[in-house]
Design a protein. Structure first.
Length: 133
């Protein structure tokens, strides 16, 4: 039996996950999405934009960030928040930028171009170019 782990902002939040609410979708030609509900006190409230990782038995099945959050007070005690989180995959980071430069230096490779774009337009986003050939 595999174990699903929910990490938000680098902190394991699996214990806050309401059972049966996690849904991860992956469609061709579309962004991967994840949805889930947390039940927690306000002190554990995540932020929009927080990094979300979902693993199943140690294998990552989703990586992205919180795009939209809605919350309401629990009707059972009035102190607990029920927070619905809608997340979008990391590939949506590219939607935040528009690169409008020409690359026409003789001998310049596609690798050179990708490295330049990541360094100049996505600095601080945590994008790794280790496997760019």
């Amino acid at each position: 039996m595999s174990t699903v782990t929910l990490t938000i902002g680098g902190i394991d939040r699996t214990s806050l996950l309401r059972s049966g609410t996690m849904n991860v979708t992956s469609r061709l030609n579309s962004r991967d999405r994840a949805e889930f509900q947390l039940v927690t006190l306000a002190a554990n409230r995540p932020q929009v934009g927080a990094e979300v990782l979902i693993t199943d038995g140690g294998t990552r099945i989703f990586g992205g960030s919180i795009e939209v959050m809605t919350e309401q007070l629990s009707t059972t005690n009035g102190l607990t928040l029920e927070i619905d989180c809608d997340c979008v995959s990391f590939d949506a980071l590219a939607d935040r930028r528009l690169v409008a430069r020409s690359y026409d230096t003789p001998g310049q490779t596609i690798r050179d171009i990708v490295l330049d774009i990541v360094a100049n337009d996505f600095a601080g986003e945590g994008i790794n170019t280790a496997n760019v050939d």
